[in-house]
Design a protein around this ligand. Sequence first.
Ligand code: MTE
Ligand code: HPA
Ligand code: MOS
Length: 765
Amino acid sequence: MKDKHLDAPLHVRGESLYVDDVAPPVGMLHAAIATSPVAHGRLLSVDTADAEAMAGVVAAVRANDVPGDNEIGPVIQDEPLLAESLVDFMGQPVVLIVAESAAIARAAAKTVVIEVEELEPVTDPRVAFERGSVIGTPRVFASGDVEAAWDACDIVVSGRSDVGGQEHLYLETQRARALPGEEGRMVIFSSTQSPYAVQRAAAGILGVPAHLVEVDVKRLGGGFGGKEDQATAWGCLAALAAHVVGRPVELVLDRVDDLRMTGKRHPYSADWKLGARRDGTLVAWDVRHYQNSGASCDLSLAVLERTLFHAANAYRIPNVRAFGAACRTNLPPNTAFRGFGGPQGMFAIECAIAKLAETLGMSREDLQRKNLIAEGDTLHYGQVTERCNAQRTWDECATRNEFSALRAEAERFNRANTDKKRGLAMMPVCFGIAFTGTFLNQASALVHAYTDGSVSVSTGGVEMGQGLTTKLAAIAARHFGISPGRVRVETTNTTRIANMSPTAASAGTDLNGGATMLAIDRIKAGLFDFLARELGVDPGSLTLDGDAVYADGADTGWDWPKLVSAAYMNRIALSAHAFYATPGLHFDKTKEHGNPFAYHVFGTAILGVTVDGLRGTYEIDTARIVHDLGRPVNELVDLGQIEGALGQGLGWMTMEDLRYDPDTGRLLSNALSTYKAPDLFATPRDLQVTLLDAENPVGPFGSKAVGEPPLMYGIGVYFALRDAVRGFVSDRELRFDAPMTPERVLMDLYADDSGVLDSGRRAAE
Ligand code: MTE
Ligand code: HPA
Ligand code: MOS
């Protein structure tokens, strides 16, 4: 199917409703937050007198106003909603000001005087690690015997790579609205990927059972992982304020506050060693990942785990040792971001492969191709690959796009030009689909058919722009056998669906689609039993297709509306709830081995760039992708996902330069003037996506998850840029440090080891 995203007409007309677009309830107040002025310190005093004296201010809420438990950490209880005695990052919420308008609340929040005894902040994960400031315990995923394997290697390269964080930059900043009701009830409208996380945390904050808190989500103006866990605080703060003042309260972060107060993609630093035989066959991979986790655990341990799962990307390496530590620093807690640690894991192995190729004098692509995983290979965490399309997508990508011709053309260009050089790279991706926490791979759906033949579908899945609603409606219509226009997908609401996992891990369609199909099976079974009795046929002979009912393929004269209304008159259930759990998943954390993923998504990209050696600037000329979507439920929506994810990956690797002051922990790239994100003009002019002809028996109608994997094609651009830089300086030792901003290109071209620029240097070489 190639239908448009169901929200597209609403979006372009500006009719889509977000949390604060809904008409405010009578008496609604607004909240704003006063935050920690330092990255690490002890609270000495908090003076809210001036704020409270301002006209229009209704309340100043502090940690001691929390009726329940002032804790919202999703995995480890290390995250106070409002700071009590210690502050651990700049921008940490300390006081909530509630006022008649958002403007008054913000102005009042600025007058709050927070006195702190400053403690030394740590911003570098390696420093944190040395000081033992580690969250949880470091993990090691291993296969074979790395130590014994070095002897079998003809060549061993080692190095260090650093990769930056990334701001989510969802268009809709964090926000929530809370409405107190009778008997302690609280309804929260939240921009969250995880309604149940908000419900659970808010119930804990309010000290009430979960059933008193209802969370409702219509849609998000983007989440990208930034609202998987980090929407929870704002929902809880709005609920806390509403509880204290007994009136509805809305909390909306403005862009500057959102940038400085929320966590981002985790920066990582890694040390590694890669060993191979002379012919390029990989033998051993040893990597140590230091994750900059920020001030509290958040989802860092799950992100770290996914890094270790993707430590070898799509390569067959018999001996692997992947170590990872979540290092606690005084930055805002870093969190989920599209790829969820996978990209950082892949970046390190791709760096090592680049270095090995250079050392062996082999092309990077030959080395990559030679070592791609194949059907039946056992990955370093014990899962055996099935329907492995790593080599297929690579070969199809290289052949279809005539990679060798592209390479020859780039070489010709580079011989003819002195100030500009072209660079190319190929980037394979193998990404595991399922939450790595096995228990999260569950979902429910509630489906109603009304007597007029219209259908309502509720699931725990959240629409954040990715097209989940569009795909669920298509799945429901197709599985029923009715026309798509009959199906409506409802808001995500904790009273209709309980205990939902976040919409994340790219698994939204698989999980919620799976549950929806099971619920539809139940309704159809009841309807067909009924109709079989009416017609005197076997229920197994009945089918629905395009609203018409067939018996053994022959038209019965019954259509869908007639069937549901007759069933209703005969007291047959027209509603069903169903539960889905992804089959076949298990993982033994004591051995770090098992079958964590339902399947893998494969693909390969070619990236091509042109670098200006005088300015350090560059163009991304080409991105050509062969991607495995299985049989997509909605090809148009999924192509949008591939292009959007690629854009985010390219931004992460090139221009999105997230900077904190290392001494104070202050965010330096704190506005869109200092944090550059890609726009349409940064998109490669030559962008071609080809879908692999493949089948996925595990996904709805043979489809595969799409949301995250294509982001990692963006990693290829780093190596294309490095390839182009090599065209200028072939012998120079180059660092592995992403993003490759134009500034960094200039450093690579002209700076000496101490970072001093020398304009004569390149000419001399
Ligand atoms: N696409 C849009 N437009 N907006 C988003 O916030 N989030 C991404 C991806 N695509 C996102 C998006 C992330 S991080 C994930 S995990 C998936 O969508 C989640 O949705 P899915 O599981 O339904 O694919
Ligand atoms: N991916 C995304 N989000 C998650 C995961 C995961 O594997 N585990 C917990 N939250
Ligand atoms: Mo996506 S990072 O799993 O929300």
